[in-house]
Design a protein around this ligand. Sequence first.
Ligand code: HEM
Length: 381
Amino acid sequence: MTQTAPVAGIAEIDPLSAVTHPDPYPYYRELAASLPFFRDKGLGLWVAAGRREVAAVLAHPDCCVRPSAQPVPPSLAGTAAGELFGQLVRMNDGAAHAPLKALLMPMLAGIDPDSAAQRSVALARMLDAGEAARNAMSGKDINRWLFTLPVVTVADLLGLPVAGDGGKAVEVAQRVAAFAAAQSPLADGQAVAAGAQAAQWLGQWLADAAPGDGPLPALREAAHGAGIAPQAVAANIIGLLVQACEATAALAGSTLLRLGRGEPQWEAPLDVVVARVARDDPPVQNTRRFLAADAQLCGHAVKAGDAVLVLLAAASCSGPADGERAWTFGHGRHACPGDRLAQALAAATVAALRARGVDPVALARAFRYRPSLNARIPHFL
Ligand code: HEM
């Protein structure tokens, strides 16, 4: 079935604008029930909304994370950001990336979420030192913390030199955010240029970084032994910081909002609240796949080059919580290996902000969502 206006009765919302809509969940549920897989002519995309369909697309061998003719987004091609992007295991289905992925995944799995949370307490104190003395944190300060503490904690856990130099730590986080923002289809020329500069800066910083205590020396040695280029290892280390950036900020921010709405059931322990937010107000609302060949997908004939928008958020809100894993972390070959770490970091960031007097009730009164086609990131005013 080919459709343009997906769900009657819910106007002014489509599968992309849903990401930043105040309450997209009735729309997603309706879509999952009535149009679990359809062609949205207006957007030029297939859309998977039903649970079964979302899982089928993510599991399909011909559904790849990039269009085969376009391994790097055209806006980044030819820049340092494009070069870095092209080496990320996250953005590749090629066999060439499998050996590095096989080293990165156990390394991430070896990071204990509880130790990560503890480490972020110390790093939060370091960030305090760089804050101007003032009575209360502004929305701007809070936004900066959301984009800094998780990234700096991941860098520290990997053994990168961020502890002890709050100024450098903040700059690393800002560069990571600039590189992440440049990857968005909404990025303008200025954002793309800042992303290219950030990629270059991060590459140099990593090259100059003295090896600390952490898993990186072992990773580099194993990669060397497997004949993997050091540049690919470096790109993917930066890639981990990028993965930790927007989505974790979104999860922490949405948790603050949930706490600010003050429903009694949210008096649960913070890690429980974070896990519920990951399921019912998911930070990553969708991901995309591109057909590498003509195929039959969810009962439809799809063509090589077609793109599928995979509505993780619709799958998440349209049935009971099944299993441990929230849909926002993806499924299948590219599923997020940082899911437990991300939830621990989000909880630690919320706890750090609350310990500094941030009042979620006040925050929930003045925010908007940052423009994005896939991440639901609160921006506090
Ligand atoms: C709330 C925070 C996070 C969310 C919602 C999230 C979500 C996701 C999703 C949806 C994917 C799969 C994308 C796809 O299939 O198209 C993914 C992949 C990935 N994530 Fe996360 N992520 C988060 C935090 C993190 C953190 C903290 C790390 C590590 C430090 C991480 C590392 C990765 C990596 C390496 C991949 C690529 C896996 C692959 O391609 O095989 N993520 N993430």
